[in-house]
Design a protein around this ligand. Sequence first.
Ligand SMILES: Cc1cc2nc3c(=O)[nH]c(=O)nc-3n(C[C@H](O)[C@H](O)[C@H](O)COP(=O)(O)OP(=O)(O)OC[C@H]3O[C@@H](n4cnc5c(N)ncnc54)[C@H](O)[C@@H]3O)c2cc1C
Length: 454
Amino acid sequence: MAQNRKKTGTRLTGRIVLPGSSSYNMARMEYNRRFSKFPRVIVFCRRTQDVINAVKWARERGVRLRARSGRHSYEGFSSVNGGIIIDVSEMNQVRVDRRRRLAYVQTGNPLARVYRKLWDKRVTLPAGTAPDVGVGGLTLGGGIGLLSRKYGLTCDNLKQVKMVVASGRYGAKTIIANKKKHTDLLWASRGGGGGNYGISTAYTFRVRPIKMVSIYSITWKWRDLEKVFPTWQRWAPSVTNRLTSTIEVAAKQVGTIVSTGQLLGSAAELRRWIRPLLRTGTPVKAMVRTVPFIEATKFFAEGDLNLEPKFKISGAFGFRPLPREGVKIIRDFLSHAPNKHSTVWCQSLGGTGSAVSRVSPTATAYPHRKAETIYELSARWRNNGEQQRNIQWVKRFRRALRPFVVGDYVNFPDLRIKNWPKAYYGVNFPRLKRVKRKYDPHNVFRFAQSIPVD
Ligand SMILES: Cc1cc2nc3c(=O)[nH]c(=O)nc-3n(C[C@H](O)[C@H](O)[C@H](O)COP(=O)(O)OP(=O)(O)OC[C@H]3O[C@@H](n4cnc5c(N)ncnc54)[C@H](O)[C@@H]3O)c2cc1C
């Protein structure tokens, strides 16, 4: 009850940005400019104590709160009108213990910084492609990328998480979850999604030695779609787990299909692996190169740069190749895309010896272990007038593909999915709710698609 709440109490600490301040506008914006929310305050935390104070401050006043790291939530879940954003992006230490193959990474780090800091010690972590995605949100939802098939998801390499959770009626405290303590919270932090249980401040990851990798890119014209897409779908899960690949079909106005991938191996070996792709249709461009791993991360980051500022995306998993009707749906939708920025993108995840599929669907909160590929249906635009058309296009596209694909990745959230608990979590949802009841019984950490208490 409001009248029972403490009137005075904890003060906010850290860098505090209020409406009216010259930095408020930048501080409030999400990466997806489809959202423009007006929080009551944004606190940029520098120490764990700042996070604890912010959670207490919010609870004492009954103010809604959101955790924020890299701001890349597709549905604007890391901001809130009238509430407090607890931003950890200034908590960005990285320490590497190369001998023990461990890295301590604070959750405010964007991926480019994580890759760079780890590269200094010639180790890495399997993670995503976009340089400014936060390791904070990415890890909690899973974390897919160009090392997934060999080294698993980012969350599979998470050994320990430090998290600020709610405590008692108005409090907050730090806990550490690892294989000895709070194992259920570690389980839930491996794919259960950001923003549900508390605010993580630091992760300890297993890291892998890395030096050179080989990368490829092949481009075809649209007329090869019916040949190239089915070939890639059968090929991508069948190759060595040292090779993870993608395919992106652009809108017909652009008229290209591009497949890229990364092999832990030589360029000569990669050329052998991609032979079936090169023999399909008529490639108009092909590149194979061996590069230092850090250069490869920059190459794959290029696809995520200079995109239109507003977007609607939905995701899904493919457990088997799309049949001919499915490929026809892709052709139809991209022939009538709202603009040239619409795409379908897929990445290989499963198949031969894949580290993602070797883990049981219930061993971590991420259940989609047996999927061969992940899909992303994207529409991007600039002006508000285009919004409805783009959103509707993604909705209809998802619906049309539904007979052939399953679920969605919690890091590609879509507010239009009605049965999102099943789509994101499948069989793991009841257990996630039990963990929620244990660590956040008052449902302090909540948003439109957060794990409920009951
Ligand atoms: C351009 C682009 C490229 C992408 N590429 C990839 C990719 O290659 N691989 C991949 O797997 N995903 C990718 N994603 C999806 C990405 O994993 C999710 O958007 C992820 O949730 C982003 O995390 P964030 O910290 O940047 O975002 P935020 O918006 O800050 O957070 C996302 C969610 O996590 C919560 N959260 C954030 N920080 C914390 C914290 N410290 N503790 C608890 N909860 C927290 C937020 O409240 C919110 O609910 C991409 C997204 C974009 C926009």
